[in-house]
Design a protein around this ligand. Structure first.
Ligand SMILES: Cc1cc2nc3c(=O)[nH]c(=O)nc-3n(C[C@H](O)[C@H](O)[C@H](O)COP(=O)(O)OP(=O)(O)OC[C@H]3O[C@@H](n4cnc5c(N)ncnc54)[C@H](O)[C@@H]3O)c2cc1C
Length: 432
């Protein structure tokens, strides 16, 4: 494996101090003082210690350097492949190898399992940079997190040692198999079952999943199955793709993210040992929800990347396209569109990064923030890509130009990792 990211990046166990609203309290604690509730409204803060806001709202330099490396890689090696990947609707094995060779697939993992240990913000900045060039390629990295986070969060040490390092290296890729034909937004309605064999030494899984990213590519599936029908309780299982009874099923023909295979794997009398259960028996739904609370940041990052990619392309086009004898970016109507696109995308990014920092700090309102980031970023990606097509006029509507692909790719970010209606339900629930 070629290690092109410099050692400092890989060794930097950066626990993102970005956007630290608690910086004041941190400073106080560093000086041996207790945090205070703050002054009454209308009075000046008297911190009694030197403080600065210069490091707020800035990406730590180590992470910014790594992001720039990934940005360059995406621009030079991934962007030129994006149109072909879309046209061929085939999984880009070469891009997976590229990401693995540069240790980008190691970003979701801790160092003890072969990862970079660089945290959530770094991971999602990488997703954003790749999605700017090619949303399908970004999914390769996103699924590396989605399919392994149940193990990272709830797995045994043996499971982590066995499954994570080879995902971090890119040798293996997982799939997260929760959704079913009758259970999407309502995962508690899933029908796949897992029952203990008569001898009690194996679980026997039967059922049909739907919309599973990486179907046919995955080396293993994290399958959610009902283990107690009476009390409607499910459990999460690791199912190797080559186990007897696993059928990857047919792939879907999709509107966008065409380079990412989506299928309906079925499981017929698939026998797995108890060691393959992730977390406690009966706690599958908790495993799924805790995973999605974090991985929907990936969908948000993908959306921010798509929006920025479309904005950058439209701005460049508007510099060069002549109408009425001058570049269209001198027309105020076009300028206003571009300004709104840039502003909305920047706002989405801020919300995303704040949610990432909350994930890295394990803050209690992470769920609300990851839902807000996903909701806002995906709606932004949709609106911005539609406007990008408008800026290009007729050229925006044909696949010689990338913005129609970006619009088709943007749509999924409003649907998967929980639809945006479900995000609103989560946010509203947190406000009660
Ligand atoms: C390309 C693609 C890749 C995917 N990858 C994966 C994957 O890897 N793993 C996986 O497990 N799943 C995956 N999914 C599934 C995805 O998460 C679901 O499609 C999504 O959760 C919605 O479920 P559904 O399609 O059954 O829609 P439904 O749940 O049937 O929803 C239909 C409509 O009703 C609305 N609705 C439902 N409930 C409510 C409510 N309470 N309040 C308001 N509105 C509501 C929804 O927002 C939606 O508009 C993928 C889907 C796609 C299309």
């Amino acid at each position: 494996m070629v290690h092109q990211i410099n050692e400092a990046h890989l060794n930097a166990s950066v626990r993102v101090p970005w956007l630290v609203p608690l910086v004041v309290d941190n400073v106080r604690m560093a000086h041996g003082r207790e945090p205070s509730p703050g002054p009454p409204i209308g009075r000046q803060y008297d911190l009694g210690v030197p403080t600065t806001t210069s490091d707020l709202y800035a990406i730590p330099p180590d992470l910014a350097d790594l992001r720039d490396t990934i940005r360059q890689l995406a621009r030079e090696r991934i962007a030129p492949r994006a149109a072909d990947i879309d046209r061929a609707a085939a999984y880009p094995h070469d891009i997976r190898q590229l990401l693995a060779a540069h240790d980008i697939l190691a970003l979701p993992f801790e160092p003890e399992y072969g990862g970079t240990g660089t945290g959530t913000l770094m991971l999602q900045m990488a997703v954003e940079e790749i999605a700017k060039a090619c949303a399908s390629s970004a999914l390769i990295l996103m699924v590396q997190e989605l399919g392994t986070l149940p193990i990272q969060l709830f797995g045994t040490e043996e499971q982590k040692q066995h499954w994570l390092p080879r995902c971090a290296s890119g040798e293996w890729s997982p799939a997260f198999a929760l959704s079913e034909p009758e259970a999407g937004s309502d995962p508690a309605a899933l029908r796949t079952t897992a029952v203990l064999s008569e001898a009690g030494d194996e679980w026997v899984i039967n059922g049909q999943k739907n919309w599973i990213t990486n179907a046919g590519i995955a080396d293993f599936y994290v399958v959610f199955a009902k283990t107690d029908r009476e009390n409607n309780r499910s459990s999460a299982f690791i199912v190797e793709a080559d186990r007897e009874g696993v059928d990857p099923g047919q792939l879907e023909h999709k509107l966008g993210i065409k380079g990412s295979p989506t299928g309906s794997p079925s499981f017929t009398d698939v026998r797995v040992p108890p060691e393959n259960i992730i977390g406690p028996v009966g706690k599958g739904l908790s495993v799924a929800l805790a995973t999605l609370e974090r991985t929907r940041l990936g969908a948000a990052a993908q959306a921010v990347g798509i929006a920025q990619g479309a904005t950058d392309y439209a701005a460049q086009y508007a510099r060069e396209r002549i109408a009425f004898g001058r570049p269209i970016n001198e027309l105020q109507g076009v300028q206003f569109k571009l300004a709104d696109m840039e502003t909305r995308t920047a706002a989405a990014r801020e919300l995303l990064y704040k949610a990432c920092a909350k994930a890295d700090r394990n803050e209690r309102d992470l769920g609300k923030y990851s839902s807000m980031a996903k909701l806002f970023a995906s709606d932004t990606a949709m609106a911005v890509t539609i406007e990008a097509i408008q800026v290009l006029g007729g050229y925006g509507y044909v696949n010689d130009y990338p913005v129609e692909r970006m619009m088709r790719d943007a749509k999924i970010t409003q649907i998967y990792e929980g639809t945006n209606e479900i995000q609103r339900v989560v946010i509203a629930r947190s406000m009660k």
